[in-house]
Design a protein around this ligand. Structure first.
Ligand SMILES: [Zn+2]
Length: 313
C-alpha cells in the first residue's frame, strides 16, 4: 500500500491544439487511461475506469507566471510559498524557501509519522561532496527535501544496479555529459521504479526534461519527451501492487504550449492511477491547488497506516 509520486516539471493541461505535444504525440498509455483522450484539459475533471484526472491550479493565488522554486516548494510542503515570499521565484529556492523545505518537506513529514519515503532519482558524484558541507549553494527543491528528510541519496552505482532512475529516464543526458552508463529503455526504467517503490510507503521520482523541452520549443524533442514519459508511466503502472497508487503532477504549465517558451497559466494535471484511488482523489480535489498534494499524500498514508494498526489490534 504505497504512493508513487511522479513529479514532471513544467507540464500543464493544455487545449487539444497543434501547439500541445501532449495532444499531437501518440500516447497509448495516457489514451488507454483517459477513455481514448489525450492528457489535455478536455480530459480533466473526470473519473475513468482505471484513473482519475484532476486539474490543479498552480497559480498560488498570486499574479504572474508560476515558477519552479515556489511551485515545487508548494508541491513538496503544502505551503503556499509564493504567498509567503510575495512572488513567484524561478530556479532554485532562496534562504526563505529553504527554511520552509527544511521544516516541512514531505520526507521529513513522513518520518515524523513513522512512514518511510525514498527519492528514486540517481545523483552524479558531486552531490556527495556537497552533502558534507550541508548543501551550501543552489539545489533543487527535491534535493533539499531529500537532504532535510535525512534520506540516503541514490548514486550512479545504484543506477548501474537498477536501483535508481536518472531524471531523464533513459540516461541520455548522463551519457551526453560523458558518464559511462548504458542507455535504458523507458519500459525498463518504469519497471525499475516499480521495484524500488515496493520497499517504501512513498516514492518520489522527478522527470525534468519536460520543462527543458517546453523552454526549447523544439517539436521533435517535445514529442520524444512526451512519448518517453508515456511508455515509462505505462510500464510503471503495469507493475504496481494492487493497493498501490500512482500520482503524476507538476509545478506549473510549460510543455503543453509550444507557442511560448515561458511557463503558462494552465492548471496542472493530477493523474491518479490505481483501483483504490478514491480517497486520495477526494483529498486532492478538495482544495483544487498544488498546495493540496503533500497534505493529501500524508493524510492518505496516515489513514491507511492507522487502519493497518487497527486490524492488527
Ligand atoms: Zn521552467
Amino acid at each position: 500500500m504505497s504512493i508513487i509520486f511522479v513529479f514532471v516539471d513544467g507540464v500543464g493541461l493544455g487545449e487539444e491544439e497543434q501547439k500541445n505535444p501532449f495532444f499531437t504525440t501518440a500516447t497509448p498509455f495516457f489514451s488507454s487511461l483517459l477513455g481514448r483522450n489525450k492528457l489535455t484539459r478536455e480530459a480533466a475533471g473526470k473519473d475513468y475506469e482505471h484513473a482519475t484526472l484532476l486539474a490543479l491550479d498552480a497559480g498560488l493565488a498570486l499574479e504572474g507566471l508560476p515558477q519552479s522554486a515556489t511551485g515545487q516548494t508548494a508541491l513538496f510542503t503544502g505551503f503556499n510559498a509564493a504567498q509567503i515570499i510575495g512572488c513567484h521565484l524561478n530556479g532554485f529556492p532562496n534562504r526563505q524557501l529553504r527554511g520552509i523545505l527544511a521544516e516541512h518537506g514531505i520526507f521529513l513529514q513522513l518520518k515524523r509519522r513513522l512512514l518511510e519515503g525514498t527519492f528514486a532519482n540517481a545523483y552524479r558524484p558531486d552531490i556527495f561532496a556537497a552533502l558534507q558541507d550541508g548543501l551550501q549553494g543552489y539545489y533543487s527543491c527535491s534535493t533539499l527535501i531529500t537532504y532535510y528528510g535525512g534520506l540516503t541519496f541514490r548514486s550512479l552505482d545504484d543506477l548501474r544496479r537498477g536501483e535508481a532512475v536518472y531524471m531523464d529516464i533513459t540516461n541520455v543526458v548522463l551519457k551526453r555529459l560523458g558518464f559511462d552508463l548504458p542507455l535504458i529503455a523507458p519500459q525498463e526504467a518504469g519497471l525499475r521504479l516499480a521495484g524500488i517503490a515496493r520497499h517504501f510507503s512513498f516514492t518520489l521520482f522527478e522527470y525534468f526534461l519536460t520543462d527543458i523541452a517546453g523552454h526549447n520549443r523544439n517539436g521533435a524533442f517535445a514529442a520524444e519527451t512526451v512519448a518517453t514519459l508515456d511508455v515509462f508511466l505505462g510500464a510503471l503502472a503495469q507493475n504496481l501492487g494492487a493497493d498501490d497508487l500512482l500520482l503524476l503532477t507538476s509545478d506549473h504549465g510549460n510543455l503543453e504550449d509550444l507557442s511560448t517558451k515561458t511557463h503558462t497559466l494552465n492548471p496542472v494535471p493530477a493523474l491518479v492511477v490505481g483501483p483504490k484511488r478514491q480517497r486520495l482523489v477526494e483529498l486532492l480535489a478538495g482544495e483544487g491547488s498544488i498546495t493540496a498534494v503533500t497534505p493529501a499524500i500524508l493524510r492518505y498514508l496516515t489513514e491507511k497506516a492507522a487502519c493497518r494498526e487497527g486490524k492488527k489490534g
